[in-house]
Design a protein around this ligand. Structure first.
Ligand code: NI
Length: 176
């Protein structure tokens, strides 16, 4: 088990589409464990493999964030392999103050679909399909975007994105 380094925008590989996983072998299973540990360490509710430098279609999320009624208090992750959104509601809402472990010191409101249907394999390779709404719906849209090389800052207004980039450049210059 290990805490992995999370890549930060403007790292180029974050904008690269990821490739499907062909076999869920020991290496993939170890990666998933490390991704879970890294996500909890950095207080995230979801994490996608490209964020730790692996451009493969894998995401993990906090089982409790997805289902607040879970009785077990232990930290628990759910991993999805090759997830895809197969249906989305026409109605949208504003996901307030969305953030990302790969986008430092910035949050913004993002327009999201209210409900999505997700098809994926679990860690045992079992194919499944489920409906997500609420926080789980946002996590699915945000993390599957990562697998397509899309960050939440790609989904905000040009003006807001420009403001963030300017702020980031300033900070990077200062830190040099
Ligand atoms: Ni993110």
């Amino acid at each position: 088990m290990a805490i992995l380094n999370i890549l930060k925008y403007p790292e180029k590989s974050l904008s690269k589409p990821s490739v499907p996983v062909e076999a869920i072998d020991d290496e993939i299973k170890a990666l998933i464990k490390d991704m879970g540990e890294t996500m909890f360490h950095d207080s995230g509710v979801g994490l996608a493999a490209p964020q730790v430098g692996v451009n493969k279609r894998i995401l993990v999320y906090d089982a409790h964030a997805a289902d607040p009624d879970l009785e077990n208090e232990d930290q628990e992750i759910i991993a999805l392999i090759n997830p895809e959104i197969t249906a989305k509601s026409e109605d949208t809402f504003i996901s307030e103050n969305e953030g990302c472990l790969s986008v430092t010191d910035f949050r913004a409101d993002v327009k999201r679909h209210v409900r999505v249907t997700v098809k994926a394999q679990n860690i045992d390779g079992k194919q499944m399909e489920f409906n997500a709404d609420g926080l789980l719906s946002v996590i699915m849209q945000h993390e599957i975007d990562h697998l397509d090389g899309v960050l939440f800052i790609d989904r905000i207004s040009v003006l807001k994105r420009a403001m963030y980039k300017k702020k980031l450049l300033k900070k990077m210059k200062k830190d040099q």
